[in-house]
Design a protein around this ligand. Structure first.
Ligand SMILES: [Zn+2]
Length: 374
């Protein structure tokens, strides 16, 4: 009972503090309107994942070469110095740190008795923008869920999917999870179920969809008939969402940088970086042509404690997440971050929402406080 009361008081404090003054304010000299926001998350992607891939494959990564500003993000969660992907994703989607394992809920209010923190996806929807979530993971994985659901436990796949399928998100695409994601549930909720690249290309603007594709093709960028890669899905997602004159919000996750790093499989992790970088390139090329698109490439945390050996090679020294600061690479906005600046993970959606809404929405904020457009 006392715990419940303390929890309620804490939630009220969070709500009050969110509505007064804690918001990031976009500098006034920022003249350019940001219409579209694309957040690209390399799950588990630290700086040395990027350097090791460049050295090993003797290439320059698009995300390092074609972005304008390179800063750092501190990745801790509310409960630990080393975050998991649930709390990490929640920080990047809501601007609110939470307890490891929680998806889009306050650390003080995991049962959503009082409120849930609004996600950047929900802000976009509320303002009439089109929205999409694309991942090489199952769509109920922690990162995509943080941008499309609110549940107290990342393992509640059925509940996470129920949130997603009932949402107004235009497209949620990821790898096959036949146990959780059924064609019937999609259809019952007015969502088209797509499972090939041709079906994705045949989608009409305004048609909401849930996508289920071959996992290995997605993350390894394989040439596999009508199965899409992560970068192909990124191209198609932008193509669909860009039909919206009001703009769009898109989150793309490369999940296997983390997954292969857990296995201390450096080769696999670098393969995942390469395909994620192709997806990033699709976003950057679109943004360059469009002129009003902000692209932020970052990570929820580092995985593998990847360490240079001094001869150009790198060793995955751990099978777990680390507390290392991760890259924040920005294109399309001169006042998001400065070169070398260190910001908090929660600053990323806070700044993105400020730019997306011309400072009309200040993160973090409870979902129920989202301003009414009328
Ligand atoms: Zn992980």
């Amino acid at each position: 009972m006392i715990a419940k009361i303390v929890s309620m008081i804490m939630s009220i404090v969070i709500m009050i503090s969110s509505s007064f003054g804690l918001a990031f304010v976009a500098p006034e000299e920022e003249a350019k309107e940001i219409e579209n926001v694309i957040i690209m998350i390399g799950d588990g992607m630290g700086w040395n994942h990027l350097y090791s891939t460049q050295n090993k494959h003797n290439i320059k990564l698009n995300m390092l070469e074609k972005t304008d500003y390179h800063g750092f993000s501190r990745t801790r969660s509310a409960s630990a110095l080393v975050t998991d992907s649930a709390a990490g994703g929640t920080a990047l989607s809501t601007g609110s740190r939470t307890t490891n394992g929680y998806i889009g809920v306050y650390p003080t209010d995991p049962l959503e008795a009082i409120a849930t923190p609004a996600s950047i996806t929900e802000v976009a929807i509320k303002r009439g923008l089109s929205t999409g979530v694309v991942t090489s993971d199952a769509i109920t994985g922690a990162t995509p869920s943080a941008f499309s659901a609110h549940e107290r436990d990342r393992d509640m796949s059925a509940e996470l999917f129920a949130d997603q399928v009932a949402s107004d998100i235009d497209l949620i695409w990821g790898s096959i999870d036949a146990e959780t994601v059924t064609k019937e549930a999609c259809q019952e909720n007015g969502k088209k179920y797509v499972s090939t690249l041709s079906e994705v290309k045949a989608l009409e603007y305004g048609e909401k969809s849930i996508g289920q594709f071959d996992c290995n093709t997605l993350w390894q960028g394989l040439d596999n008939g009508d199965q899409p890669t992560l970068s192909e899905l990124t191209v198609e997602a932008i193509d669909i969402l860009n039909n919206d004159k009001d703009g769009f919000f898109l989150m793309v996750e490369g999940a296997h940088i983390d997954k292969r790093s857990h296995s201390q499989d450096g080769e696999g992790a670098m393969t995942a970086v390469l395909e994620f970088d192709k997806a990033v390139n699709a976003a950057l090329e679109f943004a360059k042509a469009d002129g009003n698109t902000l692209v932020v490439i970052s990570a929820d945390h580092e995985t593998g404690a990847v360490t240079p050996n001094g001869d150009g090679t790198y060793t995955w020294t751990s099978g777990s997440h680390s507390g290392a600061n991760v890259p924040v690479l920005v294109y399309g906005c001169d006042s998001f971050i400065e070169d070398g600046e260190v910001i908090d993970n929660v600053d990323i959606p806070t700044k993105a929402v400020a730019f997306m809404t011309n400072n009309e929405v200040a993160f973090p904020t409870p979902y129920s406080y989202l301003m009414d457009e009328e």
